[in-house]
Design a protein around this ligand. Structure first.
Ligand SMILES: [Zn+2]
Length: 351
């Protein structure tokens, strides 16, 4: 099939994305538009020059370089409108890509910091925007709270306190992101226990830039339901055995892994190998704006470069739904059974 036809087919394919950061899903044009209207200082107002600051381009793949793409936005958001706008547009973009269920993770601190907005207010604004977008498009979105390894335990604790208070209403999952090499996850373990006690699902960026021992720690010490990336499990029989036994879902984001330099090429990516071994895996974007991709692009890559067929892709989506943090998973499963299975019950089918 020619790529153009495959792209059209994959765009039409109803998709689930469990690992997408709102901070990495902001339209480049919106940054500039908001900056001009609200007189926010940016290093450049030229679209192409700005793209080079916030998107991966032809520089060598590197993890810290990838994280630096978020630096410009960290001091950006001038008011409530700008936060609501980018949250709405992120859902709109996913819906136009035919993502039917999206877990959009974000750090309220990221959006609140410059103007010192109360984080709880930011959470309500973002939620309002998600709900408006859901009203206008055929997509279901739930937020997942992200705390960062880099900003220290106190800030993380403050955010988790709010999330726990709002759990069951706003937040259904907790995620740990940031620099895995220089900031170990261990100090955050009590916060994850509290979130779990409040009924939130747990996911942790582990085994991305760091080693497979971080994946084992996330499963055994944190009791995570899912792992962000986990590509380094490929280097450890022990990690793969634990992941298979526990059926902890790996939220995999192949293009992001290329851009952070943790995997050399899409052909060398372990997603298909994990899938064939019977691990639970799903296919996601991570940061569509930073990587300049859509989930459709990832599906095309999965077919052309990673050896997946349409039936495999359906199974990846079913596994994703089985592991999602949606508060009413059964309703969601029924909705997807209609889409994928002509109404028959969906179950994670092992290969
Ligand atoms: Zn991520």
């Amino acid at each position: 099939m020619v790529i153009k036809d495959l792209h059209k087919k994959m765009k039409e394919f109803p998709k689930v994305d469990l690992h997408r950061h709102l901070e990495g899903s902001i339209r480049v044009e919106s940054f500039l538009d908001i900056a001009r209207k609200e007189k926010v200082k940016l290093p450049t107002y030229d679209l192409e020059a700005f793209r080079r600051l916030v998107q991966v381009n032809d520089e060598p793949p590197d993890f810290i370089n990838f994280l630096n793409k978020f630096k410009v936005a960290r001091g950006f958001y001038p008011n409530r409108n700008s936060i609501e706008r980018v949250a709405y547009e992120a859902v709109e973009d996913a819906a136009r890509d035919n993502v039917k269920y999206l877990e959009l993770r974000y750090s309220p601190t990221h959006f609140a910091s410059v103007q010192r907005f109360p984080e709880e207010e930011v959470i309500r604004w973002v939620q309002g925007a998600f709900e408006r977008a859901m009203g206008n498009y055929d997509i279901e979105v739930i937020p997942v709270l992200t705390i960062s390894r880099n900003y220290g335990i106190e800030l993380a604790e403050h955010t988790v306190n709010i999330a726990v208070k709002l759990a069951g209403k706003y937040f259904f999952g907790l995620d740990l992101a940031g620099d895995e090499i220089n900031y170990p996850a261990k100090p955050m373990a009590p916060l994850f226990r509290r979130a779990q006690d409040a009924g939130m699902g747990l996911t942790l960026h582990a085994g991305e830039a760091g080693g497979p021992e971080n994946i084992i720690e996330a499963v055994e010490k944190f009791g995570c339901d899912r792992i962000g990336h986990g590509v380094q499990a490929a280097k450890s029989e022990q990690a793969m055995t634990i992941l298979k036994k526990t059926q902890t879902l790996l939220e995999m984001c192949p293009t992001s892994n290329i851009h952070t330099g943790v995997v050399r090429s899409l052909k060398a990516h372990p997603l298909k190998m994990f899938y064939e071994r019977g691990l639970s895996v799903s296919l996601n974007t991570d940061d569509p704006m930073v990587s300049n991709i859509t989930l459709t692009d990832e599906y095309v890559n999965a077919v052309t470069k990673m050896g997946f067929n349409e039936d495999d892709l359906k199974k990846l989506n079913i596994m994703a739904i089985e592991h999602c943090f949606h508060p009413n998973k059964e309703t969601l499963k029924k909705k997807f059974a209609k889409i994928w299975n002509k109404g028959k019950e969906i179950k994670a089918t092992r290969v």
